[in-house]
Design a protein around this ligand. Sequence first.
Ligand SMILES: [Zn+2]
Length: 383
Amino acid sequence: MRAPALPLLCMVAALAAVALPATAAGPAAVAKADRRLWTETLNSRNGFDKASRASILTYATALQDMQKMADADMLAAFKIKSLNRASVDKWLKSELALSLANYQRAARDCAGGGDWTCVAPLGNVEALLRQADSWQKSIPAGQQAWHANLSAFAHAYLAEQLRLAALFPKVSSEIDRFGPHEWNGDTLEDRQFLLTFDDGPSPGPNTDDTLAMLAAAKKTGVFFVLGENLQNRVNKAGAAKVAASYKNQCMASHGWQHQSHAKWDQWQDSITRTHALLNTTFGKGDVLPYFRPPYGQRPADSAPFFQQQGLQVALWNLDSQDWSSQVTADDVSNRMIALMLIKRHGVLLFHDVHNKAKSALPVIFDELGTAVSWRDCQQALPR
Ligand SMILES: [Zn+2]
């Protein structure tokens, strides 16, 4: 039996009904999934690929639903005043192409048949959408609850992303790049991920707890620090102690203050000042030539400045939303595992000033085991 069609517009409208805080660049509602509804293990290549195939087919159907949304419905659902349809269509097209490539990667061991997550070989996006639609008839009764949950997650996640695409480039974000001086994680290899942590160092213990968690798990990440937070720590503890606390990790800049760098007249000073402090605090090899704009907001025409500074703009493609009061650490693990199965590679965004990454990440490491690889932060991103 075909799964009942989701009341898409009602659901998206409900998402938008939650008022946005004035300063937030985030979505009105954060997409949540429940990984426990998938009852097989994910910590092997085969287990990961099987869940990935089912997730991508579910996601493709949600992409198709979103493609059918009229401009007026998007304006109402995302609570925005204007919409860049070309940007929305560009994002949907690239996401469909990525989903096709990802399904093909996940289906390498599908020969032989008998697995409900394997569909006939897919040659193009049209075949993906056709197969994803008819595939819903093959979902076993025991997996219907998982499917309904992931389908709702996919629609809510796409509402988050399409809102960003609709606003771009008037409001810039991680949804698109302004040029080759910017990266977002799309170029990582299949099943490879990079950890990143923003907004630190924290005044309280969250940064140190996150660092201890990473050391215990033998993982590395890029810490995009705020210049003023780093200055506060250095003033209190001294540069040598601060540098030692980030041992084996990589350092980069999130600007001096947490504000949009798109319209701030001191945005260039914010970036050069933060890198100067990074270079006097940490060893040369520990500071990476990356700047991550707060909220992903940076000027469209900033390529010459970044080139002159020898810096790259470091975006992301897997947002944990761990700063949001709407989510628990368990929600964060669930959301990231769902996204990693759908996207299969990329840059994960967390915030070490909050306390969720330190408990969400060990769950993710444990559940995915050796099915995925974690990129060493010292390894430069391929562009
Ligand atoms: Zn930030």
